[in-house]
Design a protein around this ligand. Structure first.
Ligand SMILES: [Zn+2]
Length: 314
């Protein structure tokens, strides 16, 4: 039985060098990709779509890109890029194949390849009850459903991702629980975004309990930290150096992209709010990158329309 548990995954030293870390990552991915539950999951779906398409990036999700050197791995069966072993190339090919199958059967957010939906707006997979139960069982075996305890007692950095509705709260809660059990999380970064709250179905109904002031995902993360860590965030500063969010950021990475001209200026800046313990120690920050999806951002509710502050105070 090639299942996936912490006990069956390859072990690695706590602080190996880069080459050892890369080898460990390949070994871990290989074990996971070739496990019985992964084979079972892929077996549920038609894999005819896994044949290499003419355009090797056509199956990617909206705005996703792959590094150029991967194309040789993808297209040429006997090509081995410099620095990789033939076995590692095989792992990459297998992974790309699984990605294509997943994109064909499990992408419910950009199904038609153009519009982007938030998770709450994703279309339904229309699987039978039996298929649903099987997918849930296999993905649980693959470690994709339930949280696992951290491998180490101490970390230099911890990232807590954002999300919609109650996700920021639940993710911050999980980190706080790990910390309460004695795990040293190091510098904690809570990653928000300039995504404004969704109106259909209304997100503020779910977020009012922990982030009543929030107008975007950055605000949700600040509220989640306050609720779960008992920490107030400092005043918001602009990492990009701008004095406010009123003008388009001159450092915005997506400013040349399609749809950039229609993107509201408030989406284009990088923000930070520092988190300080009662003893004055800085433990981390809440961060928001500028948007990377200029084509799909929705028009924010303006202060004059809703009576609230702009999303980027400072
Ligand atoms: Zn800026």
């Amino acid at each position: 039985m090639r299942g996936v548990t912490d006990a069956t995954l390859p072990t690695a030293a706590a602080a190996p060098n880069t080459v050892e870390r890369a080898a460990h990552a390949f070994a871990t991915v290989e074990q996971w990709m070739s496990s019985d539950p992964m084979a079972g999951l892929l077996g549920l779906f038609d894999q005819a779509t896994a044949a290499p398409p003419a355009d090797w990036t056509s199956w990617l999700h909206l705005n996703e890109e792959l590094p150029e050197w991967l194309e040789a791995v993808f297209q040429a069966a006997d090509s081995v890029p410099r620095g990789l072993t033939p076995d590692q190339v095989e792992v990459l090919r297998r992974t790309l194949s699984v990605e294509r199958t997943a994109a064909a059967h499990f992408n419910f957010r950009t199904r038609d390849g153009s519009g982007y939906r938030e998770r709450s707006q994703a279309v339904d997979g229309a699987f039978s009850q039996q298929t649903r139960a099987r997918v849930l069982a296999l993905t649980t075996e693959l470690g994709l459903v339930e949280a696992r305890p951290p491998r180490f007692a101490s970390y230099e950095k911890t990232l807590v991702l954002g999300g919609g509705y109650r996700s920021p709260l639940l993710r911050a809660r999980l980190a706080a629980r790990f910390r309460a059990t004695g795990v040293d999380l190091g510098e904690i970064s809570f990653l928000g975004s300039p995504r404004f709250l969704i109106e259909d179905p209304p997100e503020h109904v779910a977020t009012a309990e922990y982030a009543p002031e929030a107008t975007d995902e950055f605000g949700l993360m600040i509220g989640a930290v306050r609720a779960e860590f008992g920490l107030a965030a400092s005043e918001v500063t602009f990492l990009c150096g701008c004095p406010s969010a009123d003008q388009r950021c001159p450092k915005w990475l997506a400013q040349g992209a399609e749809g950039a001209d229609e993107t509201p200026p408030a989406y284009t800046h990088e923000r930070q709010a520092t988190l300080i313990e009662s003893d004055g120690r800085v433990i981390g920050s809440v961060l928001s990158a500028s948007t990377g999806r200029p084509r799909t951002v929705r028009t924010p509710r303006t202060p004059s329309a809703c009576g609230r502050a702009a999303p980027s105070p400072g």
